[in-house]
Design a protein. Structure first.
Length: 583
């Protein structure tokens, strides 16, 4: 029983409940509750959401009809913090009494076109006496809304609207597990390393995540997408994976999207060791140190120091430093240390040692008048390489000789040659200076060139031949005089070749031998008077041996030799016996 106050008196009302199940999508069922008053007025409550177990009841007051509008349910999408209008069907023209309710676990009254019923909240209002306007949507506003329109006392129509509230995407978070971060915030990864990518966002409903990649000077390509979150890993980073990575979060209800782009650089250290060298700057007033460490990205940093001591010469990206003359000395060392952002922690280094030149050359050269001569100058130990020049010390001091038809200058590495053509005693004879110069020091060496008249080759040859013949004759005479055996062998050889010539030689020599025999007889007579008979035997034996050799009587010579040996043996034994005798 319901009580209603009217005209200061209570009126008891009877209510007849009608529950009717409409053909709506489960689990929504429409129930109508009609309360009849004595005065004949009717009140239609909101559409409620009940459980499917409620059964249909019968109407006691037949003739009142309730039906849906043009569609079963309309869907409207709104965004949080924005305004939205829900329409009560697609009907134009005058409308009856309109009531808006929200169907949750129980029906909640929101707004009515009746001026006697105030709205549930100030955010709710009617537009065109039928549409529900909601300001500043929040997530709690999402749900099922029902619009009930009373056409007359016996007929009511209702329209359902499903309101979905979209939120986001917001707070897109991108996480890239890179190697490091530059001062300006740019991420970088080492070549060949592993990099993990992840992206997330706050959104209602959960967003769709997409990853896009754009390499420098190329189009954008899609990496992949996921409904709620996107994570992937690149195992081996390479140079072609350097570029911009974009995470795109999209709300499927509102169509709104938000993206975050992150630049990722791929760095690689140089694959080889650094190289350093020194060279002379123009004018020889300073020395330039150069250091290169190629093959890496980005370019490394270079530090030049003096060794030993580690005094800093300079730092730069180019690896080039200029040294004044006061900083240079023979044998001094300079060290270049290259460091790379993803290279070795201690970097890599190379050393340059500078040295003054040393010279090697022939001190004297000779040239014949009208001929050519070549002067050679060899430089060693010079670093940086020395500049080689030729000068005249007498005729044109401190004037560099220039190549011409008379002077030909060639240089190969650190070796230089000066060729003088058509030598002249008046112009070309004298000192020549070879000068080697680098930034560390200067060295000079003098070469004396002597220019002479051509020699008489024929006279020289004749003199040499004459001297050779004279020497041969002297040697032959000495051999003949000091070696009779050799003479005998030579005579025997000639006798075999030409017997007639030997006979003539013997005849001519017999006369001389006779004279010698006469002289020997005289000496023999004188020797007979002496007591030393062994000496006579020796002399006679020698004479017989020479005579036999001259006459060609080999057998007699042999017998003479044997007799001479026997006599010598006897003589020696007699001498020994005499020595053994007591005095």
């Amino acid at each position: 029983m319901l009580k209603r106050k009217k005209r200061s008196r209570e009126v008891k009302l009877k209510s007849n409940l009608l529950v009717k199940k409409f053909n709506l999508p489960s689990p929504f069922y429409v129930h109508k509750c009609s309360i009849s008053f004595e005065e004949g007025s009717t009140w239609n409550p909101c559409l409620s959401r009940t459980q499917p177990r409620i059964r249909t009841a019968k109407l006691q007051n037949k003739g009142h009809r309730v039906h849906n509008g043009a569609g079963l349910e309309a869907v409207t999408i709104g965004e949080i913090h924005e305004n939205i209008t829900l329409h009560c069907g697609n009907i134009s023209g005058p409308r009856g009494l309109v009531t808006w309710c929200r169907n949750d676990s129980e029906s909640v009254f929101l707004l009515s076109s009746s001026s006697s019923l105030p709205p549930a909240q100030s955010r709710f209002s009617l537009v065109n006496a039928s549409a529900l306007h909601i300001e500043a949507l929040n997530l709690q506003d999402e749900g099922n809304y029902t619009c009930s329109e009373v056409l007359n006392k016996t007929e009511t129509r209702r329209f359902q609207v499903w309101l979905q509230v979209a939120n986001g995407p917001s707070q897109v978070e991108v996480n890239i597990s890179s190697t490091g971060r530059l001062p300006n915030g740019t991420l970088y990864a080492a070549k060949g390393s592993q990099v993990d990518f992840s992206c997330s966002s706050r959104s209602q409903p959960p967003p769709v995540i997409e990853w896009w990649f754009q390499a420098p000077d190329s189009t954008t390509e899609l990496f992949g997408n996921n409904l709620t979150a996107s994570c992937f890993t690149l195992l081996l980073m390479s140079q072609n994976l350097q570029g911009n990575y974009t995470c795109l979060a999209k709300n499927v209800l509102s169509g709104r999207h938000r993206k975050v782009t992150t630049e990722l650089l791929v760095y690689s250290p140089p694959p080889s060791a650094p190289q350093c060298w020194a060279e002379v700057s123009p004018g020889l007033f300073s020395l330039q140190l150069n250091c290169r460490w190629a093959g890496g990205y980005p370019d490394p940093d270079f530090l030049w120091t003096e060794e030993p001591g580690g005094v800093v010469v300079g730092t730069s990206k180019l690896g080039v430093e200029m040294l004044s003359q006061s900083q240079l000395s023979d044998g001094k060392k300079f060290k270049c240390v290259g460091s790379h952002i993803v290279g070795p922690e201690l970097g890599a280094s190379c050393v340059v040692q500078i040295r003054s030149p040393s010279l090697l050359s022939e001190p004297m050269k000779t040239c014949f008048v009208g001929g050519s001569v070549t002067l050679t100058c060899q430089v060693s130990g010079a670093y940086p390489p020395a500049k080689i020049m030729w000068l005249r010390n007498l005729t044109q001091p401190k004037v560099v000789i220039q190549p011409s038809g008379h002077h030909l200058i060639t240089q190969s590495g650190q070796s230089s040659t000066l060729t003088i053509r058509n030598c002249s005693q008046d112009l070309d004879e004298g000192y020549y200076v070879c000068r080697a110069e680098n930034a560390v020091g200067v060295r000079e060496v003098d070469i004396w060139l002597s220019v002479k008249e051509p020699l008489n080759i024929g006279g020289i040859v004749a003199t040499v031949v004459s001297l050779l013949l004279l020497g041969l004759a002297i040697i032959t005479g000495l051999l003949l005089y000091y070696s009779p055996v050799f003479c005998w062998k030579v005579g025997s050889t000639f006798r075999r070749q030409d017997m007639g010539d030997v006979m003539v030689l013997v005849d001519s020599e017999e006369e001389e031998m006779e004279e010698e025999e006469d002289a020997a007889e005289e000496e023999e007579e004188e020797a007979s008077e002496r007591e030393e008979s062994p000496i006579e035997i020796t002399k006679y034996g020698h004479i017989h041996r020479v005579t036999a050799l001259v006459n060609g009587n080999v057998d007699q010579m042999g017998n003479g030799l044997q007799a001479l040996q026997d006599d010598s043996s006897e003589q020696q034994s007699d001498i020994i016996q005499e020595e053994d005798r007591p005095v």
